[in-house]
Write a protein that binds this ligand. Structure first.
Ligand code: PGA
Length: 244
């Protein structure tokens, strides 16, 4: 994994968006998974702008959901689908037939996992995953303690994620489980872009890069990846040994 320390949220977003645009221009029918959250908003805004300026064309790309809170769908404010539709799919005019999400309300969640795994297999793997990192080092909803060899799965949320996740909701919301792509999907993806900003992420970022690969800090699995890049702002990089 390569780490690039950038000045701030703006530069982080600019660099991540530029990489995604380059990839799309090389492979317009890429299979892409995009994180929701506070971190990707600047990146996604730039992608929408680039499309409106005809610098990139998403019309052949396929988008697969990274994760979702179990029991929620697009109509739930605070769901990852709600965020991605609002921030990216609708403004970028992505068609419904380009979008595949876990149905996190399904009675049979195992079947949902198989559906998404099959989709990824049929496309010979993910071309690109845009990831944030949790303050506890999670990727998607792969929480500390997860097996790093899993593909799609359902996971009990950590106490940290249950609390931190409240920021996405207007009212206090009970968060119990998540359905998520697995760390094996990230390791197998052609390219991973991880973005992190702010001091709250500094400990997780340091653990991701400098610690051993451990399920206690799922993001550390990216150390194995030959084509992963992390755009980390100064604050999030503040505990890195060679922070610039
Ligand atoms: P955030 O979430 O972008 O809202 O900080 C990151 C994550 O939990 O992966």
């Amino acid at each position: 994994m390569e780490i690039v320390v950038v000045a701030d949220f703006e530069e982080m977003s600019e660099r991540a968006a530029a990489d995604i645009i380059t990839l799309l221009n090389e492979k317009p029918d890429s299979l892409i998974s995009l994180a929701a959250g506070s971190t990707p908003t600047g990146t996604l805004n730039r992608l929408v702008e680039a499309q409106s300026q005809e610098k990139v064309d998403f019309s052949q790309a396929i988008f697969v959901g990274l994760d979702e809170w179990v029991g929620m769908d697009r109509t739930d404010e605070g769901s990852t689908q709600h965020y991605l539709y609002d921030t990216f799919f609708l403004p970028a005019q992505i068609r419904e037939d380009q979008i595949f999400f876990f149905d996190a309300k399904a009675a049979d969640l195992e079947q949902e996992c198989q559906k998404i795994d099959r989709l990824i297999e049929e496309h010979s793997g993910l071309d690109l995953v845009l990831l944030g990192i949790g303050v506890n080092g999670h990727l998607g909803l792969n929480e500390p303690g997860v097996s790093l060899e899993l593909t799609s799965h359902v996971m009990d949320l950590s106490e940290t994620t249950k609390q931190v996740g409240q920021k996405y909701f207007a009212q206090e919301t009970k968060l119990v489980r998540g359905i998520t792509l697995g760390c094996q999907h990230f390791v197998d993806a052609d390219k991973v872009i991880l973005i992190a900003n702010g001091e709250a992420k500094a400990k997780a970022v340091a653990g991701m890069v400098q610690g051993e690969i451990t399920s206690d800090l799922p993001a550390s699995v990216l150390q194995k990846h030959m084509n992963a890049i992390g755009y980390i702002d100064q604050a999030a990089a503040s505990l890195l040994e060679q922070a610039q």
